[in-house]
Design a protein around this ligand. Structure first.
Ligand code: COA
Length: 371
């Protein structure tokens, strides 16, 4: 169809386009509400565990006894991790480890909750092993008695985490588990729609999550706050950064126009952690100033705090290095990606949109060679 006569609606970035149906999560951007299968995120954080929430996402059930421990790594996965060069990005490492897992498992389509559980249980062990290998340390075997978040910290540090850290990371895992048709989840659904296996879908999703506009923001929130240094310097620093055309990390969202409910839930978690006290004081002061300046500059476009802002506080508080933040997000989001893959397959239609062609009119190569 000619671009001049093509009257079909086009929305760059698919903004506001309905590209599917889901009964997994509802993201209500106008009112700042997030529910998983109808349950508000705040309630799930207060009363749930990541294992229960993951089961809820995969199956729609709320099994009181659900447990999910980290899985041991197979030979091919360990070999893949050992072969990575020094200084490898943690997201690349996680994607490579999961890819090696897929090569060995040869999963079949359609994806199942069993496949989803296995993938979600494997990823924290892979990331912890990668982090230790990069430091020249031995890999720690998983402890089957520990839940996923605690088990990840144990395998990372080689010692049992304190209760507060394990609970805080579990809360983060719940908050980050699922969020509708974000870029990485949509990627997972596109891949699943081709009848490719779950590992391929998750590897693609990790690739999409790697970008700073999606999953890379929390580590940048840390460097931003380090650079700002004190509340007194915040106003000048923020105005200069915006003047240079830079974006403030941890603010703004494609869907939320109200305060991100995940940021609110994580702020409560961070406030309960002694280890975040100084950092949190600075973060709260800078947040107030940033929101005031953003509102001043964009009176018609509400720009609010997003989940990444307080993610940074919680992940720092449990002792994770910023280089592992995006991959830790991926560990949590595994539940959402795999739940969406299962849902996509259950009523599958190949996802294949149209594109508007804006290039050269049809011409012949012969003419251009002659002229
Ligand atoms: N800091 C400063 N300005 C921002 C901003 C931010 N964090 N987020 C959006 N804006 C501004 C844009 O510059 C744009 O201004 P303009 O109209 O004068 O050009 C306006 O707000 C609209 O932005 P737009 O790019 O259309 O929003 P989006 O829906 O595409 O972007 C994000 C959403 C998340 C990509 C964007 O808000 C952002 O880059 N945030 C920082 C990164 C981040 O925290 N990511 C984690 C997301 S959970």
């Amino acid at each position: 169809m000619d671009v001049a006569t093509d009257a079909r609606p086009y929305s760059p970035g698919l903004e506001k386009v309905l590209a599917g149906e889901t009964s997994i999560a509802r993201v209500d951007g106008e009112n700042g509400r997030l529910t998983y299968r109808g349950f508000p995120i705040g309630e799930l954080v207060q009363q749930g565990t990541y294992a229960k929430v993951a089961e809820l996402l995969w199956t729609g059930e709320w099994p009181e006894t659900a447990q999910l421990a980290c899985a041991p790594l197979s030979g091919p996965v360990l070999a893949a991790l050992r072969s990575l060069p020094d200084g490898t990005n943690a997201m690349d490492a996680l994607r490579s480890a999961i890819s090696a897992h897929g090569a060995a498992q040869r999963l079949t389509w359609p994806p199942t909750p069993e496949q989803a559980r296995a993938m979600t249980a494997l990823a924290p062990s892979a990331l912890a092993a990668f982090a230790r290998l990069q430091q020249g340390l031995d890999v720690v075997e998983p402890d089957a008695e520990l839940e996923l978040a605690a088990g990840f910290l144990y395998q990372l540090n080689g010692e049992l985490p304190d209760d507060a850290s394990a609970k805080a990371l579990d809360a983060y895992f719940i908050v980050a588990a699922e969020h509708g048709f974000n870029a990485s989840t949509f990627t997972a659904r596109v891949i699943t729609s081709t009848q490719a296996d779950l590992v391929s879908a998750v590897c693609g999703a990790i690739g999409a999550l790697k970008g700073p506009l999606h999953g890379g923001a929390p580590s940048e929130v840390v460097s931003q706050l380090h650079e700002i240094g004190s509340p007194e310097r915040a106003e000048g620093w923020i105005r200069d950064a915006l003047q240079r055309g830079e974006r403030l990390m941890g603010f703004g969202h494609r869907v939320y126009r109200a305060y991100d409910p995940r940021a609110a839930a994580l702020r409560t978690v961070a406030e309960g952690m002694a280890s975040t006290a100084d950092w949190l004081k600075l973060a709260v002061a800078v947040e107030d100033i940033a929101l005031r300046i953003l509102a001043e500059r964009h009176p018609d476009r509400p720009l609010q705090t997003n989940v990444e802002y307080y993610t940074a506080a919680v992940l720092q508080g449990v002792g994770l290095p910023p280089a592992l933040f995006p991959a830790t997000f991926a560990l949590a989001r595994n539940a959402g990606w795999t739940a969406h893959a299962i849902e996509q397959a259950s009523a599958n239609r190949l996802i294949r949109p149209d594109v508007r062609y804006i290039g050269e009119r049809e011409r012949t190569l012969d003419q251009s060679v002659v002229s």
